[in-house]
Write a protein that binds this ligand. Structure first.
Ligand code: ADP
Ligand code: MG
Length: 296
């Protein structure tokens, strides 16, 4: 590659909020066969809002929300933000939390007012020996509506369900269609549950979906595709996407990506537009062609 072509491509890219952290990324982009996308914050806006609080024990809904928000206060996850914001909107007095611990792709736990609070997936609660069956029906109902529903356990017993909705980005469907038009296969990977994942994938017309994928497994899924000969670009925004971003041929961090996602990527998309992904691929191809012309 001639540096000139790279610089030119780089300028064009920068105008569209596409920053290349390595010159190599350009060349690899033109050969991509699969684009693997994280769901939350990548395909969706990543600005989830709490849409329902349901109590499944004798504790009231406000009490469930108050304790969950106290436990989530130290979490950087977008779901945590939604829970804390909702508690603040309802003017609930937020309790202090201690011994905070996050399990990536599963949930968080902390001690609030002397009680251990868990917030996360049913798998996460079950791994901590919590019987989730009292919440199952409520959980199913929300997941069928494409809500991300997280369970709240208080002192070892499931106490409620928090239903969170995250809108699909306005340009997501077009961006996916554009990738398909170029013969690139989009694949969605998410830590979220199967039902919510399918509902979101259907909305943007992605056929290949892997749900309940923990962060280490996101990288393994990318490696699996690579072993079948795929040239993979991974698009993600979160700390949980970092291993997969590193594993992919090209890692693409999007939006207000966490520092670690950016550090793990070759390409950084400033802004929320998913349309910048096919654009980056186009620019990669163009600067490559320029390079070839320059050589002639
Ligand atoms: P995605 O892959 O969609 O970005 P994550 O891998 O970050 O999602 O999380 C997967 C699932 O783990 C979430 O849908 C949620 O159920 C649970 N989870 C993760 N972090 C938290 C948290 N801080 N609070 C509650 N639930 C969480
Ligand atoms: Mg994410």
């Amino acid at each position: 590659a001639t540096p000139l072509a790279l610089i030119r491509g780089g300028g064009m890219a920068a105008e569209r909020g596409i920053l290349m952290r390595s010159g190599e990324a350009f060349q690899i982009l033109k050969d991509i066969t699969h684009v693997v996308l994280d769901k939350t914050g990548t395909i969706t806006e990543g600005k989830p809002r709490l849409v329902a609080v349901e109590a499944v024990s004798d504790l009231g809904r406000d009490e469930v929300l108050r304790l969950a928000a106290g436990a989530e206060a130290a979490s950087e996850h977008p779901l945590a933000r939604a829970i804390v914001d909702a508690a603040e909107e309802r003017a609930l007095e937020m309790p202090e939390a201690g011994d905070f611990q996050a399990t990536a792709g599963q949930g968080i736990e902390a001690t609030v007012e002397g009680r251990r609070i868990l917030v996360g997936t049913s798998r996460f609660l079950r791994s901590r020996d919590v019987d989730v069956s009292p919440a199952q029906e409520v959980l199913d109902r929300h997941e069928a509506q494409a809500h991300t529903a997280v369970l709240v356990s208080i002192a070892g017993a499931v106490a409620g369900v928090l239903a969170i909705a995250d809108a699909v980005k306005p340009d997501a469907k077009d961006a996916i269609a554009e990738l398909k038009r170029r013969g690139i296969t989009p694949v969605m990977l998410t830590g979220d549950n199967e039902r919510t994942a399918r509902a979101v994938a259907a909305a943007v017309e992605i056929d290949e979906v892997h749900a309940q994928v923990v962060p280490q497994d996101k990288a393994a899924r990318v490696r699996g595709l690579q072993e079948q000969g795929a040239r993979v670009a991974m698009v993600g925004d979160g700390i949980n996407d970092a291993p997969a971003l590193m594993q992919a041929h090209v890692g693409i961090a999007i939006g207000a990506g966490t520092d670690i996602a950016i550090e793990s990527s070759d390409v950084v998309l400033i802004g929320e537009r998913l349309g910048a992904v096919p654009e980056a691929i186009t620019i990669g191809g163009m600067s490559y062609r320029k390079t070839v012309q320059n050589l002639w």
